[in-house]
Design a protein around this ligand. Sequence first.
Ligand code: G3I
Length: 410
Amino acid sequence: MKLGKLTKRWLCLALCVLLCGCGTVDTENGTPNEPVDEEQVSSMPEEGERNFLEQYEKDGTLPCLSDLYADNFSIGIAIERTDLSTQVKQELIMSQFNSITCGNEMKADYTLSRDKSVQYGEEDYPVVDMTKAEPLLMFASESGMKLRGHTLVWFSQTPRWLFAEGFSDDLNAPLVSKELMLKRMENYIQQVIEYCNENYPGLIYAWDVVNEAIEPSSTEENHLRVDENYWYEVIGAEYIEKAFEYARKYAEPEQKLYYNDYNCYDKTKTFAIYDMAEALKEKGLIDGIGLQSHIGMTYPSISDYEYTITKFGQLGVEIQITELDISQEDNSEEAQMELAQRYKRVFQMYKKLDDMQLADITNVTIWGFTDDRSWLRSKGGPNYPLLFDKDFNAKLAFFGAAMDDSIELY
Ligand code: G3I
């Protein structure tokens, strides 16, 4: 898709951007939201973007990933609000992807307001404020993309005060009872889902209902994660089923409910996830399993990875690759060619499994837009794991993901 063809979309995006920047959206309880604390969207290309535009115009079209895989699965990208700060960034995202995941903005530490919860004064009612997710929801909606809701119940990025009496942020405050916590969980899930569905009907096609609940080293039944997991501490093992039950109650029938996890190809984890999903499926509570897929250059092997996807596929649930990136600390041309080959191999495998109906793969999402903003950089060292470089140039890895002939496999 050529940039020129997308110009019309800019008009509707300009409206979206204007609304996001002004923070005009009201919350459910009528309290005006605070303005978004992000930079204003600029229509002027930034320095790196100018290089990208020149290259793009000179070379003509890039293959469009979402078109290439249209017969198999949608192609998603995880972004944060800052990724929408210029029209060029928005254009590039729209030109390649047809699914969005919020990198952070739909997690509990972004969607919950402690001040509003305390002010509201009901012990069972934590108040949700979707201000930070709004620009992303609006962008996805206005640009005709679909969105994965990530994530409702997770041990991480969920504030302790959600579990504490009086929503106290004192780290020694006593935790609430299981009964009260279940009500808080239901009210939380209801608010997030209903906010999205009422304001953006039809936008969200999948919810990550529970994220990362299995930990192979755990000695609990089915290796349930215990450490630093307040959901487990307060509610017990039942929290997983309850989360799916509430999500099913409030989600639209066409919205798919997912269990999402990393390192799924660890055999202990594969079987624990399989058993958990099987039990949830018998109760009609789960529709899919998300394999995050933060993978390395050699781990997992393609055959182990394929085995896991096929095994989950045998449950008759959908499969999504929800957070794909491939850690590559070396930015030399040779190392980046190896990265491109690895991308090509995993995409070939996804397509093959879906074509052969060994797994119903419905989405593949890349976890991040440009290398410089990858979460892998937060580990301290360099990393060049994604499809675009910091100047928005399509890397060799992009052509690997596109299964382009220029990326030769041996
Ligand atoms: O927004 C603040 C900013 O105000 C502050 O100046 C800055 C200083 O560190 O931090 C910013 O917050 C960071 C946030 O990302 C936004 O960029 C947090 O420190 C940082 O911890 C957070 O990391 C996120 C991580 O989840 C936290 O768990 C990554 O962006 C996000 O990509 C990552 O995503 C997770 C998936 O949700 C679940 N699977 C694993 C995946 C990778 O860890």
